[in-house]
Design a protein around this ligand. Structure first.
Ligand SMILES: [Zn+2]
Length: 366
């Protein structure tokens, strides 16, 4: 039986917590991750019915997309719906883990689940994040260069998009003077040593920083390892919010909406006025995506499909782009499949399943 934290590690390898938006509250909401995991239920939301399912089946981990504690909770007392759910989970030894905007902000995440079902091709992130990567520069004696670089690669440094083992090196000469009490790699105490070295430049995902520094110090032969860490503002096409891609051929708006309704079983699609009869480039953001409207326009999307739009938001396509609301739950419903799949791919024998109860709080009266 895996520990709860082993299940969490699988999710955070695919969707590092550091990628969550600053308003978010992804991660372990309650519980003890050091316990053995008796099974997991995946649900878009935490509801009393989902908790009942977990209790009935003896399952001690509920994984949600939406964090149940989102805007802060000042007391855990009965009489408040979120508090009562937390009390029920804690009383029954159920841990709750939320995987929210960190799963939105990876390309194989929430939005690719939607795009794949609508047969979008050439998909890329709609609004890339910056600050996700940093650069490490270090100096390695020539004979140890390959070993140290390969160890850093193996620990996750040097991966960019569809490439890994990316780095740059140049040969030079380092100097140091070992003082009393030191145990130098080479040279004599109190005499300046000139040492042939290679300077290695390598980028890495910021969330791996602590691990990489430990790895570097473990593999490097010097007592005092010289290294520098630099922030980077680069944006990478596989990290960020929303997704944009192309339909294989121009399609009528009606045909596209029929497909959305059929696949996502959405009760109604609300959409803006347009002269456009056919579309090909489609931008998508599952859940509340109106903040990405400008990015969709700038990327010349014919249609932007998202949810939670208000009256005024339907003007924001500026006559050039159709903006459509497919429903929040409907757009993100396949996120549960994605989370369950991520776990099953890594731990095939683990019992993970989607919640059986309906968690969409919205009904449509037609
Ligand atoms: Zn959502």
């Amino acid at each position: 039986m895996p520990l709860i934290r082993e299940i969490i590690n699988v999710l955070e390898t695919a969707a590092p917590l550091r990628l969550q938006e600053n308003y978010d509250n992804s991660g372990l909401t309650c519980g003890d991750s050091c316990r053995e995991c008796t099974g997991a239920i995946v649900s878009l939301d935490l509801t009393p019915d989902v908790i009942k399912e977990a209790i009935a089946d003896g399952i001690n981990l509920i994984i949600t997309h939406h964090p149940p504690i989102f805007k802060g909770l000042r007391q855990v007392v009965s009489g408040n719906a979120v508090s009562e759910m937390m009390i029920a989970c804690i009383k029954n030894d159920i841990s709750v883990y939320a995987c929210h905007t960190n799963l939105d902000n990876v390309l194989p995440g929430v939005n690719r689940e939607i795009a794949a079902r609508l047969d979008l091709e050439q998909t890329r992130v709609l609004q890339p994040l910056s600050g996700t990567h940093r650069q490490l520069i270090t100096y390695i004696p020539i004979d140890f260069f390959e070993k140290v670089r390969d160890t850093l690669f193996a620990a996750g440094a040097g991966a960019v998009g569809n490439y890994d083992e990316c780095g740059f090196a140049i040969t030079g000469e380092g100097t140091f003077r070992p003082l009393q009490g030191s145990d130098p790699f080479s040279g004599t105490l109190m005499v300046r040593q000139n040492e042939p070295e290679k300077r290695l430049e390598i980028i890495y995902p910021a969330h791996l920083e602590n691990k990489l520094i430990q790895t570097l110090k473990g593999a490097h032969p010097y007592e005092e390892v010289a290294y520098s860490l630099y922030p980077m503002e680069n944006k990478f096409s596989n990290l960020g919010a929303g997704i944009i891609g192309e339909l294989a051929k121009p399609t009528t708006v009606q045909h596209f909406f029929e497909k959305v309704k059929a696949i996502f079983r959405t009760g109604v699609i609300k959409y803006s006025n347009t002269e456009k009869k056919e579309i090909q480039r489609v931008a998508i953001c599952g859940g509340s995506g109106k903040s990405l409207t400008t990015s969709a326009l700038r990327n010349n999307a014919d249609l932007f499909l998202t949810a939670d739009l208000g009256y005024h938001d339907f003007f924001s396509g500026e006559g050039q782009m159709i903006i459509a609301d497919m429903g929040h739950f409907e757009s993100e419903q396949f996120t549960s499949d994605l989370i369950a799949r991520l776990i099953t791919e890594k731990i095939p024998t683990f019992a993970v399943r989607k919640a059986a109860s309906k968690t969409n709080p919205v009904n449509y009266f037609l």
